[in-house]
Design a binder for this molecule. Structure first.
Ligand SMILES: [Zn+2]
Length: 165
């Protein structure tokens, strides 16, 4: 599962989910001229372009890039990419990435964290938290995370069945 992606800005939510699953997803960091930047990035990294922009998709394919015009629906998009690229739709905490900036997360003992950085009840109820060394954000396994796991489990079942979502 060494595929990596460049996602266009309309696909922010998909990029976040893929990063949490552990897939490297680049996004454009400068505001202007996404199309050119995305193609440059795809060329440099060998990443597959993910887009909802038909003209960008056509341009990319015409110029020999690997590109996907992905379904608008998040579930459908994840199922499609999972089937096509063999992506296992589950979270492995040793390879999960920062949903905001794509850097790999590091697991740290909650007791080593500065108490100002995360809410007190999280410190008390979690042995480990995850930290992004690039943007400094902390993550922990809470209700939101558990609902993601439930959704991914359902998606895995759909991937493994022949039925379309
Ligand atoms: Zn980050």
């Amino acid at each position: 599962m060494n595929v990596s992606f460049v996602a266009d800005e309309m696909l922010g939510k998909l990029a976040k989910w893929l990063r949490i699953i552990g897939i490297c997803v680049f996004t454009n960091e400068t505001e202007d001229n996404f199309d050119d930047e995305a193609l440059k990035l795809a060329k440099k990294t060998g990443a597959v372009l993910l887009t909802r922009d038909e003209s960008l998709y056509r341009r990319a394919v015409k110029r020999g890039f690997k590109a996907e015009f992905v379904p608008e629906d998040l579930d459908e998009a994840l199922i499609y990419l999972s089937r096509k690229y063999g992506i296992d739709l589950r979270v492995d905490l040793s390879r999960t990435r920062c949903p905001l900036c794509n850097a790999p997360l590091r697991m740290v003992n909650a007791r080593e964290v500065n108490p100002q950085d995360i809410p007190e009840q999280v410190l008390r109820s979690h042995e480990f938290v995850l930290v992004c060394d690039r943007c400094g954000k902390f993550y922990w396994i809470g209700r939101h995370y558990r609902s993601m796991l439930t959704r991914l489990k359902r998606l895995r079942e759909l991937v493994n069945s022949s039925v379309d979502p």
